[in-house]
Each structure stands twice: as C-alpha cells, then as structure tokens.
Design a protein around this ligand. Structure first.
Ligand code: HEC
Length: 144
C-alpha cells in the first residue's frame, strides 16, 4: 500500500516535469566525452579570444569572472554566470561539455539563461576555438 502511494506521488510529480524539464543543463555523456579537435596554435587561440570578446564578454566579463557589463542585469532576470577563473569550476567541465553548452544555450521557464550560439558562431571549429580560449581563463591559485 505504501509503495503504491509512493508510486502515485511519483506519478503526480512526473506530471509537473514539463515546465521544469529544462532546468537541468547537463550535457549527454557522449557530448562530454568529445575531445577538442583544434590544436591551440596562436592563430586558433586569437580567433577564440576575439569570438569570446564579441559574444561572451558581455556576461562573462573580459577575464571570465562573471562580471561583464550585462551580468548584473542578466542575473536579475535569471542568474549570474559563475567565475570561470576558478580552477574547481574549470575542473568540473570537460571540453566537450563547454562546446555543448555554447551550442545549446540554456533556458529556464522560457527565460534565456545563456543564449545558444549555433547561429551566431556557425562554424563548429570556431566554437572549439572559443573552448580553447575559455580554458585560458583559469587562474592558478598562486597568481591571484
Ligand atoms: C546573456 C549572458 C551570457 C552570454 C552572452 C554568454 N553566457 Fe555563458 N553563461 C551565462 C550564465 C548566466 C551561465 C550560468 C548558467 C548556469 O550554470 O546556471 C553561463 C554558463 C556558462 C558556462 C558553464 C559554466 C557556468 O558558469 O555555469 C560556460 C562554459 C559558458 N557559459 C561559456 C560561454 C561562452 C563561451 C559564451 C560565448 C560564446 C557565453 N557563455 C555567452 C550567461 C551568458
């Protein structure tokens, strides 16, 4: 009887999922496992940097601290970006995951938390170059 009630509650809980389904921004395992195909040559890195400045700095800030000019306004609407200079945040993301997040973006209750960049940065190689640059934002503890 108890198990039956739990199952019923679960079923009712499941009914609420459609509205909340996009609240989990987790890359599929196959995407997480993808390896950056672009070598970090100076040219690729500088392309990644300029794309970051053009598309990401607004929210993430020039150095990736989550303090870009739109960050506060954006946070009022949804939430602020994390500080990408923190080693533990970098360590928690694979290259494939960053690539996937840039491509898909993220919405929560129809609000854009982070825009998707497949149209604005249509070349996958360019999006991988942005990933290269995002990796350079990490600050080693000693230099802070
Ligand atoms: C309109 C503001 C905005 C723009 C523009 C934007 N982001 Fe984000 N981004 C966010 C927010 C907010 C989060 C935090 C979402 C969460 O995890 O809840 C985020 C999350 C991330 C994350 C995951 C780490 C984290 O903070 O959760 C990465 C990596 C990232 N963004 C990279 C980029 C890159 C690269 C670009 C440019 C191609 C970009 N973002 C453009 C707002 C933005």
């Amino acid at each position: 009887m108890r198990a039956h009630t739990t199952a019923l509650l679960l079923a009712l809980g499941l009914l609420a999922i459609p509205a909340a389904a996009d609240e989990n921004w987790t890359a599929p395992e196959a995407e997480k496992a993808k390896v950056n195909p672009i070598a970090s040559t100076e040219r690729d890195m500088s392309r990644g940097r300029s794309l970051y400045r053009q598309h990401c700095e607004l929210c993430h800030g020039r150095e990736g601290r989550g303090d870009g000019p739109s960050a506060k306004l954006h946070a009022r609407n949804t939430r602020p970006p994390q500080d990408l200079t923190r080693p533990e945040i970098q360590a928690n993301m694979t290259d494939g995951e960053i690539f996937w997040k840039i491509g898909t973006g993220f919405r929560e209750n129809r609000k854009i938390v982070m825009p998707a960049f497949v149209d604005e940065i249509p070349s996958p190689d360019d999006r991988w170059r942005v990933v290269l640059f995002v990796r350079t934002l990490e600050k080693k503890e000693a230099s802070r």
